[in-house]
Ligand binder design. Structure first.
Ligand code: PLP
Ligand code: COI
Length: 338
């Protein structure tokens, strides 16, 4: 059996028992195959290796106090993978196949779903790659869809504690009319150097600005940004931002809690007006932001001056986790019981 210390699990790769795969060839998707091999055998001229025909997803399954396993909004991840696929000219995975693969990989790896109350979950990584050989810049005719699972703990080592974030102006994550809204590997490649430098300078994450004018907040590394003021939930809107399913859910929760919700451009100066700020995402969950430092100007915006998460971030965290772990009524119908 497992000898995993669930409480100290980082957000990293742990080998599990099985992954599932489907292949698109001759115009159709194959039935799901189960594999215990961690490696993929692909052609060296595969388009995913040369021309970035690659997209992925990230989702979590939770074990509740009642012992049931719940997967959070897989249909939304399925829709987003379809959007990403079309964005880089790949064959989309049918949503039914996507959801079936996710459920299957959880069932097959059930012993890796962390027990309730350990602050850990089973992370799913669905991925779609072009595997047909091409040398010219062209889309592949063949694709591979794989879902693997790995148990994870918190993305930021702080857990649910305020993080320090740095505004970077000398890097862009995505071009104004580029691929920022798709979950494709290239966006992450272009963020690596800035994030690594941010870590070395003592920050948990970086805040990218819009690439065109450098005036508006874009994304908080691998998470969306939100700010709270005057009973209002404010989150940036732009073509380059990944449509976070956590953010989408928080907007519903905020409205349900009687808050106003604004999805619009957020100028950098507005950071000084927020009572609370946070980063949200599947991996990041809700990470309260303690401070934001503008690397170029040296200006620091501070939140959580007492070192603790703010009231609204805490309510969001508790409600979201409560729903995901089956302790709060899932009135929006977000969970899929596996
Ligand atoms: N933004 C980026 C760049 C991400 O990689 C992620 C993670 O998926 C998010 C935002 C959050 O999206 P979601 O809440 O759907 O996980
Ligand atoms: C997620 O939140 O699922 C992500 O994909 C973010 C990051 C680990 C890439």
């Amino acid at each position: 059996m497992n000898t995993i210390d669930w409480k100290s699990l980082p957000f990293g790769y742990v080998k599990t028992d099985y992954n599932v795969r489907s292949y698109f060839k001759n115009g159709q998707w194959s039935p799901l195959e189960v594999s215990s091999d961690e490696n993929l055998n692909i052609h060296m001229a595969s388009t995913c290796l040369h021309y970035g025909q690659e997209a992925f997803e990230g989702m979590k399954a939770f074990r509740g106090k009642d012992g049931k396993i719940r997967l959070f909004r897989p249909d939304e991840n399925g829709k987003r993978l379809e959007l990403s696929a079309k964005g880089v000219m790949m064959q989309p995975v049918p949503i039914d196949l996507f959801v079936e693969a996710c459920k299957k990989v959880i069932k097959l790896n059930e012993r890796f779903v962390p027990p309730y109350g350990e602050g850990a979950s089973l992370y799913l990584r669905p991925m779609l790659i072009g595997v047909g050989p091409q040398v010219g810049v062209k889309a592949s005719a063949e694709y591979m869809f794989v879902v693997f699972a790995t148990p994870v703990g918190p993305y930021f080592k702080e857990g649910f504690k305020p993080i320090k974030v740095q505004i970077v102006r000398d890097f862009d994550r995505a071009a104004p009319l580029g691929t920022g809204l798709f979950k494709v590997g290239g966006n992450y490649a272009s963020s690596l150097v800035a994030i690594d430098r941010g870590h070395k300078e003592g920050f948990s994450s970086v805040l990218f600005l819009d690439a065109k004018e450098k005036k508006y907040i874009d994304e908080a590394g691998p998470a969306n940004f939100f700010g709270i003021k005057n009973n209002t939930y404010v989150t940036p809107d732009s073509h380059t931002i990944l449509r976070s399913i956590t953010n989408m859910s928080l907007r519903d929760l905020a409205a349900d809690m009687g808050m106003k919700v604004e999805t619009r451009q957020v100028p950098v100066e507005e950071l000084g007006t927020f009572e609370e700020a946070g980063a949200c995402g599947t991996a990041a969950v809700i990470s309260p932001i303690g401070s934001i430092t503008d690397r170029e100007t040296g200006k620091v915006y501070e939140y959580c001056k007492d070192g603790k998460a703010g009231k609204v971030c805490t309510q969001f965290y508790e409600r979201l986790r409560g729903i995901q772990e089956g302790e709060i009524d899932d009135k929006f119908g977000w969970n899929v019981v596996v």
